[in-house]
Design a protein around this ligand. Sequence first.
Ligand code: AMP
Ligand code: ZN
Length: 464
Amino acid sequence: MPLALYNTLTRQKETFTPLDPLAVRLYVCGPTVYDFAHLGNARPVVVFDTLYRLLQRRYPCVVYVRNITDVDDKILARAKESNEPIAALTGRTTVAFQEDMAALNALPPDHEPRATAYIPEMIALIERLLLAGHAYVAEGHVLFHVPSFPAYGALSRRSRDELIAGARVEVAPYKKDPGDFVLWKPSPTDQEGWDSPWGKGRPGWHIECSAMSGKILGETFDIHGGGLDLIFPHHENEIAQSSGAHNGAPLAKFWMHNGFLTINGAKMAKSAGNFFTVRELLAEAPGEALRLALLSAHYRQPVDFTREHLRQVKATLDKWYSALREAGVTSATRPATTPPAAFEAALDDDMNVPLAMTHLHESVDALKRADSPVERERLAADVLASGHALGLLMQDPEAWFHAAPATPSATPSLTDTEVETLLAARSAARTARHFAEADRLRDELVAHGIALEDTPQGTRWQRG
Ligand code: AMP
Ligand code: ZN
């Protein structure tokens, strides 16, 4: 079955045929770096990382670009508040973002451009728009003139009145049309700015993505992604700018949008105050549990976050890792690359991760029932390959169980080496038939929160 993806532009599932099958090009809008990312910000990262992994299995080369927005009003306001240079603030939060996303097993994109490194490209794009009659200069601003682009609104399918109301555009006397949006704006003298043909200023948010995607991926590329909230105005404006500057060439063939991560049904957002940062949740649960929580509904559906949900997905991972451990899988086990056909068919159907996950559960159940070494090896490979396709089951099963239960203050009371030393001493005591000493050592381990299980293959241990 060929890969089919839902295209927001056409509002239907379409067979995905790359523009260049030798190099599939994907652009996803990245974070605005002024603070720690919340779990909602991590959803597009995990969703499009899963797509990236899928495309990598289907095509010889995938070029994945995810930008960093490091110039923006929120950044300027935060830097002023904390009396910190802008570059120090954005540098620190970019590193924190990269660390948090790595903890969720998100692969780094092939390019991670920072907006401030593309100011000349933005200026050049704005100049093209001025030349083509799509933009005008007014009171130090450069604005995109929406009525000059008749296809405006095609992605969000809003009427002109809805567009204007939805954009909540500033009413500014210098705008020719209320829907016109900023490409370049002047910087007050005390704020960061760049020299431009229109004076010292800084770019609007939308032009940043048009300039970075155009420079790295070309005028037209395969897939553009982001969260549902970006369809309007951000993506609508990106299309107007890029197509307007490129003689009408489409910006992207496919537009994909992830649904929201919600709390009690409401979108998780900094502005609403109903958020948990990835950083604080990583202190409570392993990154793979957060990833599984984010993947637990179809990517276009909402996911409602609760601590109970997090506990359940952690238990699911415990079950999967336990099956792998029973099957003798270690970090040295050859990683299989091809998940079973039914699993892949589910992903080919607009990335139906919940259905793929059902097949993964079936493989785990079959693995637990397997009664021959050959069968066990084959099924363990299926489980591993399916897990890896979703960015899960990346750890050594033994290490998964040895990890300290993550709590905000969790510092293991015994290191792994100390546990192993006490276990070796207990084993020696038992061999020497010093049972009282063996029991004392067991009690000592238990007092430190280490659970022991004696099996024919030796003693297994687990924290918590
Ligand atoms: P921002 O830094 O606000 O521009 O957001 C970065 C990315 O996170 C964008 O793709 C947003 O659509 C996405 N995003 C923000 N909040 C949520 C949420 N609650 N659920 C899913 N995606 C979100
Ligand atoms: Zn963007």
